[in-house]
Design a protein around this ligand. Structure first.
Ligand code: FE2
Length: 216
């Protein structure tokens, strides 16, 4: 097996009652695991089999014949990111630098949360809602199906899966109630803040390298 189903960062019942263990059984154990299995079958005997998951996604995104590989690889990456975007004691408002930047870019945390919910409810069909950093600004972006900010200049800080399989057992067709629970009870702001910190450092390092190169 080239690609593995990464372990969940918590037990399947950890996010109850916002997300039931039964949903996790299907979502992680069937859907996520299914993407991993399918990806392994698709890459077998191809040059993709020797690449890291991120490289597979980037290569397949540019490959007209790589659609199936892209969809399954991106869904593996997106789900790994989604599990880490949630925590049992999550939700509420972040603090520190992330809180300041959310306020600066959205006016207030309340306004950010409202926009996150509106975009999630407004996304037609299956997809994802992301908090990303785009240049120096935080933005909320929606991606359809398996699409991921990973292939763009944007860097993900937090993801919410709004495919029906993410919420149907617990909320039926009420996506809004699920996303509300995500923001109120599950969002792992510590994870998002760590990502922001790490990406900020990388960005600063890149900028100073560019400055040094220009100075030569
Ligand atoms: Fe999913």
């Amino acid at each position: 097996m080239t690609f593995k189903l990464e372990p969940l960062p918590y037990p399947k019942s950890a996010l109850e009652p916002a997300i039931s263990a039964r949903t996790m059984d299907f979502h992680y154990g069937k859907h996520h695991a299914g993407y991993v299995d399918k990806l392994n079958k698709l890459v077998e005997g191809t040059p993709y089999a020797t690449l890291a998951l991120e490289q597979v996604i980037e290569k397949a995104a540019r490959d007209p014949k790589g659609r199936g590989i892209f969809n399954n690889a991106a869904q593996v990456w997106n789900h790994d990111f989604f599990w880490r975007s949630m925590t049992a004691e999550g939700g509420g408002t972040p603090d520190g630098k992330l809180a300041q930047q959310l306020e600066a870019d959205f006016g207030s945390f309340g306004s950010f949360a409202k926009q996150f919910l509106t975009q999630a409810v407004g996304l037609f069909g299956s997809g994802w809602i992301w908090l990303v950093i785009d240049g120096n600004a935080l933005r909320i972006v929606a991606t359809a199906n398996a699409e991921t900010p990973m292939t763009s200049q944007q860097h993900a800080l937090l993801a919410c899966d709004v495919w029906e399989h993410a919420y149907y057992l617990d909320y039926q067709n009420n996506r809004e109630a699920f996303v509300h629970a995500f923001v109120e009870k599950l969002a792992n702001w510590e994870f998002a803040a760590d990502r922001l910190e790490m990406l900020g450092r990388d960005h600063a390092a890149e900028t100073s390298q560019q400055r040094r190169r220009r100075a030569r």
